[in-house]
Design a protein around this ligand. Structure first.
Ligand SMILES: [Zn+2]
Length: 502
């Protein structure tokens, strides 16, 4: 169809054609407007920004109806701005967990203690003299610890009784041995703060097992409870399970600080981000990966979050998509997979000139990646680069929006698009970061994100440590256990070894 033929049509034919176009447009608009509320699409397919707005609207509606019911204000005149801030900062009327005064639940499983572990005071607190089991005078405290024992092809839960004794020195001073304590995460108004301590029902190996089940294997607290009961014969409450997961995150935080230092010193860093929800609020989950490190961070989409990851003075190469926050970094490789996808979309479109441009672009970009990877001669690569640029220059004033936009996008970011041509060690795509994010994206779809700042921090830290261990082909369980054990004693954390000794 072109203008010439349109001019020759009769009135009736024109009317028919117009009507057909209206029908097509209507069906397309309806399709575009489909979302989880009016079709069978899953909520996860909804646009995150739209979801945020809808939620805000819901909250406002609830808020204004509440005010109305109180009779203290008129729903017709709520100031939208104050309603907004109140709605987001309002604490829920019923906090999670047991109501005060309600009867509690206890384990009804009898505990079979398999061994006793004794802890003596080792040094006199008054005169620094060496103490030991010989100076033991009485027992001060005791507690039980469940732990997981992992032997060749076997998993077993054991219960141990830990006894703490008082040692009396020759100087007359009595020193009490106590379970060690580590970091603490405090939140105002919380009944019980998160404290790393050895006085805990769940031992380091079992606690890391639970944390890994949650974070790496994406099991909910209830599913972990079911798994432990059904397969290991252990009864644990969901609160204890939740505590282990948080404790693990807290123990991982200092390790992540080291990992961030490694990222800042790296030669090539991949970066990407994906939507994340914290109690329904839209946030972003960032990931930075290098050859040996993966670090996650949950925060806003602002530049500051990026700076928190790679620092102000990052000197290496950034591999990223075209998001603005990355743009001012001088040494950057643009992810070509994104551009190829855009080019393919054009090639499959109905605009003639655009389709040809898209086809050429996708072909040339793919060929460029192949040629650079194969280390082909300079001349053919140079020809290909020149053709790419020329092709984009030809289309930067195109009438069709999408064609013009893609051509300009490539030209505006030209140095970043072809950086890998000059430095063949640079990866031309951001697949590394995108692969690292996949896991978290699936977790988000299962769990709907985190609920508190502490939860987000712990989740990101724990995931960073687990993924880094996996990247270095290390035994996650062993490292996690050692990390837990030292963190609960308040000792410095063990560094993550770079490679497994043979
Ligand atoms: Zn003494």
């Amino acid at each position: 169809m072109d203008r010439e033929r349109l001019r020759d049509l009769t009135r009736e034919e024109l009317e028919e054609l117009t009507w057909q176009l209206v029908e097509v447009a209507r069906s397309l608009v309806e399709k575009v407007k489909q979302n989880s509320t009016n079709s069978s699409r899953p909520p996860s397919s909804d646009d995150p920004y739209r979801r945020r707005d809808e939620r805000q609207k819901d909250r406002n509606a609830k808020h204004s109806s509440k005010v109305d019911a109180d009779g203290s204000a008129n729903s017709g005149s709520p100031c939208s701005e104050t309603t907004n801030t109140e709605a987001t900062s309002k604490t829920p009327s019923r906090p999670a967990g047991k109501r005060p005064g309600m009867p509690g639940f206890w384990r009804c499983q009898p505990m079979v203690v398999s061994c006793e572990v004794d802890h003596d005071a080792m040094v006199c607190a008054a005169c620094d003299a060496t103490l030991g089991a010989a100076q033991r005078c009485r027992q001060d405290s005791a507690h039980y610890v469940y732990d997981l024992e992992r032997t060749a092809m076997a998993l077993q839960i054991n219960a141990a009784k830990h006894r703490y004794f008082v040692g009396r020195c020759t100087c007359g001073h009595e020193t009490i041995s106590r379970p060690g304590t580590g970091r603490r995460s405090e939140i105002e108004g919380r009944r019980r703060n998160l404290q790393l301590t050895e006085r805990c029902l769940v031992g380091p190996m079992l606690a890391s097992f639970i944390a890994v089940l949650s974070i790496r294997f994406r099991l909910s607290r209830q599913k972990i409870q079911e798994f432990l009961a059904d397969w290991l014969g252990l009864e644990l409450g969901t609160a204890s399970i939740d505590r282990c997961i948080r404790e693990f995150g807290l123990a991982c935080e200092p390790v992540v600080e080291d990992l961030i230092e490694e990222i800042r010193a790296a030669e090539v860093v991949h970066l990407d981000e994906t939507p994340w929800y914290q109690r329904g609020t839209l946030l972003w989950l960032w990931v930075a990966t290098t050859a040996t490190v993966v670090v996650f961070r949950i925060g806003s989409r602002a530049r500051e979050e990026l700076t928190a990851l790679i620092g102000e003075a990052f000197l290496g190469w950034l591999v990223s998509d075209g998001y603005v926050a990355y743009r001012d970094h001088p040494r950057r490789q643009r992810c070509l997979a994104h551009l190829i996808r855009k080019a393919v979309a054009l090639a499959e479109g109905y605009d003639h000139a655009g389709a040809a441009f898209g086809r050429d672009l996708a072909r040339d970009l793919r060929r460029l990646i192949e040629k650079v990877a194969a280390g082909d001669g300079d001349a053919s690569v140079k020809r290909l680069v020149t053709r790419l640029k020329w092709n984009c220059q030809c289309h930067q004033y195109e009438v069709a929006d999408k064609v013009r936009a893609l051509a300009r996008e490539i030209l505006n970011d030209w140095d970043a698009v072809i950086a890998f041509v000059h430095d063949p060690t640079l990866p031309p795509t951001n697949n590394d970061a995108e692969r690292a994010l996949r896991h978290a994206v699936i977790a988000r779809r299962i769990s709907f994100g985190t609920r508190t700042d502490e939860g987000s921090r712990c989740y990101a830290a724990a995931l960073s440590v687990i993924e880094t261990c996996r990247k270095r082909a290390l035994d996650v369980a062993t490292y996690a256990r050692d990390l837990f054990a030292t963190a609960r004693q308040g000792l410095p954390h063990p560094p993550i070894p770079v490679a497994q000794p043979p």
